[in-house]
Design a protein around this ligand. Structure first.
Ligand code: GLN
Length: 542
């Protein structure tokens, strides 16, 4: 077996403490010291993947190159590390059980009673070690979803206990993320919840090696001593994680606290090299010191929840930093857009992005927004459903096909400009059956998109069932609505543009899943630039 080191990140006291960001930040520091690192998330829910969850339940569903529908934390991992993740990086309880039950049916446990221990825990251990055994990584970080003490995370904690025992302390490490709340009435930070959650972990036989304490105020020396003594860790292993103004500050905060050095010391790895964060810090500098500003409307139907469009929002941060432009993103609910509210809702914007989505709710508002952007020369970026809405809008309002629609919205529409693919028509199962993952696309030389990418052959990630209907292609193209990106094997249209408009681009794929700090997505960069140019032009006119 490869000599991989394992780091487990557990959470205590409360959910939403940001285990994913802490894991990604530590991974970033270890990577910046030259280690090959990956991060995995274990989710204790029974869905096979989050693909069947509503964004209100679980935030955005992130998609990997190999077509896995995953937790949004994988997006953070990729954005921080600039290393692609895969199906192996996200495992749910549903997937674990499915695999064990399939093995049972095949007779792999013949004669035995199949139980949580050892069968489920063995399956979890195997899934954790798949990445380590690949010899692609020196260190695998595994984030255990949920909070210690939850009934559903028990098998995971037991798997961690066993692995720690089998691999030894210098090969497996537990980082416990907790909350040190400030009680206003007492005027004090309180350590008791952390003590209790460490004790709860201990009841399952797992000792925390490092404590990362989320806090609104700095931890005093006395408080660190107290936490160390009562939680059974070295004082250097009490790491403060103070609230940060941006998640991208967390790696530096963890560096200052020495999270990477104590980790390396415990894993018996060299900490001699200095982390190379030059590129990372340049990005932060640019992000924090913008020279200009643009206002972009994000039009979708899940706007109440920030996490629903996580990757889009982060892509704007990367692109904004690249251009030294602050991108103010205004979330706009598509159900609130009507002809009489258009002017006030979106008239002032420098750019309009129509978001991905599913189902009928809110689509007429999206179509109105596309029309407004097209007619007023406002830079427009349509992603997935947003691109499909642009096709419908053009067919209706320019070609005069008034009943043009997607069969997703009206299954028997007479003019299905967006339609189900032939091979999707027979599919009835909902989970994992969309067109998923990375697909090739050939861009038209000289098009806006080819100029943005600076190449003509690209690969982008998909997650949809419906497609641009090629029956309408020549009509659309003749009227100036160009297909400038096509799948070379299937002929499916992946990108549309209106060359007579300053910047009107729709993509069937999800560019937001490939934007990282080290490599901002070219289409987001080009869109931000177009919004800036539009704003400037507007101002000079006035
Ligand atoms: N609902 C559309 C489809 O399935 C678009 C999906 C999306 O925006 N991700 O094709």
């Amino acid at each position: 077996m490869a000599n991989t080191k394992y780091i487990f990140v557990t959470g205590g006291v409360s959910s939403s403490l940001g285990k994913g960001i802490i894991a990604a930040s530590l991974a970033k520091l270890l990577q910046a010291r030259g280690y090959r690192v990956t991060i995995q998330k274990l989710d204790p829910y029974i869905n096979i993947d989050p693909g069947t969850l509503n964004p209100y339940e679980h935030g955005e569903c992130y998609v990997t190159n190999d077509g896995a529908e995953t937790d949004l934390d994988l997006g953070h991992y990729e954005r921080f590390l600039n290393v692609a993740t895969s199906q192996a990086n996200n495992v749910t309880t549903g997937r674990i059980y499915l695999s064990v039950i399939e093995k049972e049916r095949r007779g792999e446990f013949l004669g035995k009673t199949v139980q949580v221990i050892p069968h489920i825990t063995n399956e979890i251990k195997e899934r954790i070690q798949i990445l380590g055994n690949s010899s692609d990584y020196d260190i695998v970080l595994t984030e255990i979803g949920g909070t210690v003490g939850d009934i559903e995370s028990l098998p995971y904690i037991e798997a961690v206990r066993q692995l720690k025992w089998e691999l030894g302390d210098e090969n497996a490490l537990v980082i416990h993320l907790t909350l040190v709340p400030f009680l206003a009435a007492a005027g004090e930070l309180k350590t008791k919840p952390t003590q209790h959650s460490v004790k709860l972990l201990m009841e399952s036989g797992v000792r925390a090696d490092i404590l990362v304490c989320r806090t609104e105020y700095h931890l005093s020396d006395d408080l660190r001593t107290k936490l160390a003594l009562f939680c059974n860790v070295k004082k250097e292993a009490v790491i403060e994680s103070i609230d940060a103004s941006t998640i991208y500050d967390v790696p530096n905060l963890m560096l200052e606290e020495g999270l990477d050095t104590i980790t390396l010391e415990k894993l018996n790895l060299s900490a001699k090299t200095i982390p190379d964060l030059k590129q990372w810090n340049q990005f932060i500098q640019r992000h924090k010191n913008p020279k200009q500003e643009v206002t972009i409307g994000l039009i979708g139907k899940y706007v109440e929840l920030q996490d629903s469009y996580k990757s889009i929002l982060e892509s704007f941060i990367h692109a904004g930093a690249e251009k030294e432009i602050k991108v103010k993103v205004i979330p706009i609910h598509s159900e609130h857009i009507h002809p009489h509210t258009l002017e006030s809702k979106i008239g002032h914007l420098d750019g309009i992005l129509v978001a991905p989505g599913f189902g009928e709710r809110g689509i007429e508002g999206k179509i109105e927004a596309v029309k407004y952007a097209r007619e007023h020369n406002i830079p427009f970026f349509g992603i997935c459903l947003g691109m499909q809405m642009a096709v419908i809008e053009f067919a209706r309002n320019v070609l005069g096909i008034h009943d043009a629609n997607s069969t997703e919205m009206v299954s028997n529409t007479k003019n299905p400009v967006i339609d189900l693919m032939e091979d999707q028509k027979k599919i009835t199962d909902k989970g994992g059956t969309m067109r998923l993952g990375a697909w090739d696309c050939k861009l038209t030389p000289g098009s806006l998109v080819a100029k943005a990418y600076k190449k003509e052959n690209i690969q982008e990630r998909h997650r949809h069932r419906y497609e641009y209907n090629n029956t309408y292609k020549s009509q659309l193209e003749n009227a100036g609505f160009k297909a400038t990106g096509v799948n070379p094997e299937t002929g499916l249209v992946e990108v549309i543009e209106i060359p007579s408009h300053p910047w009107f681009v729709g993509v069937q794929y999800h560019p937001e899943f490939k934007s990282t700090v080290a490599s901002p997505h070219p289409l987001f960069v080009a869109f931000v630039q177009a919004a800036y140019d539009f704003k400037n032009k507007k101002n000079t006119k006035n």
